[in-house]
Design a protein around this ligand. Structure first.
Ligand code: 2AL
Length: 175
């Protein structure tokens, strides 16, 4: 599929393909379709990032709140999105010891109590040890720093999801 094919997509098709590049936030994909045609995938991603950056803090917090906890309830119950499931598995979160799961659960809940949104990190660029280390360290940040940091991670997750989609729908190098 070429960029030309992406640009020719109806908004329904565009949403079907790119609707979860920001976890459980298809509204962002739907909004970004307004900017088509795109000259490249990078330009499309930039539109997503600009949209996110233009949101007030409450909107950015909302995006973070759409992310599931790492190694949380949804992982255990099998109700994660396909993308999140794959990311958490790749980071080794499906094979934690019960002690590690308990520690991560405790840190996640401390984080949420302090900030009012979940700890978000690009799991594919990390592993269970780095995730716990980062969680402990980021717990010390102030809320405005953490909002920025969380959103930076959301953009990294988005970038990898777009790359993955580009491969799986065989978007050519023209993208
Ligand atoms: C996630 C997720 O679902 N995928 C990922 O890379 N990070 N969630 C999170 N709370 O960081």
């Amino acid at each position: 599929m070429t960029m030309q094919a992406v640009n020719a997509m109806s908004y329904e098709e565009f949403l079907d393909v790119f609707g979860n590049i920001i976890e459980k936030c298809p509204l962002i994909t739907a909004a970004v379709w307004s900017n088509h045609p795109f000259s490249s995938v990078n330009e499309m991603e930039e539109c997503v990032y600009e949209f996110i950056d233009s949101l007030p803090s409450s909107g950015k917090e909302g995006i973070l709140r759409c992310h599931p906890d790492l190694a949380g309830r949804e992982l255990t119950s099998g109700s994660l999105t396909m993308e999140s499931q794959q990311e958490q598995r790749q980071a080794g979160l499906t094979s934690l010891t019960s002690g590690e799961r308990e520690t991560l659960g405790l840190l996640n809940s401390q984080y949420k109590t302090k900030f009012g949104f979940p700890f978000v990190i690009c799991a594919k660029m990390s592993d269970k040890y780095k995730i716990m280390e980062e969680l402990c360290s980021r717990l010390q940040n102030d809320p405005s720093q953490e909002l920025l940091k969380g959103i930076e991670e959301v953009k990294k997750i988005c970038h990898l999801r777009v790359q993955e989609l580009s491969r799986s729908v065989e978007l050519t190098t023209k993208l």
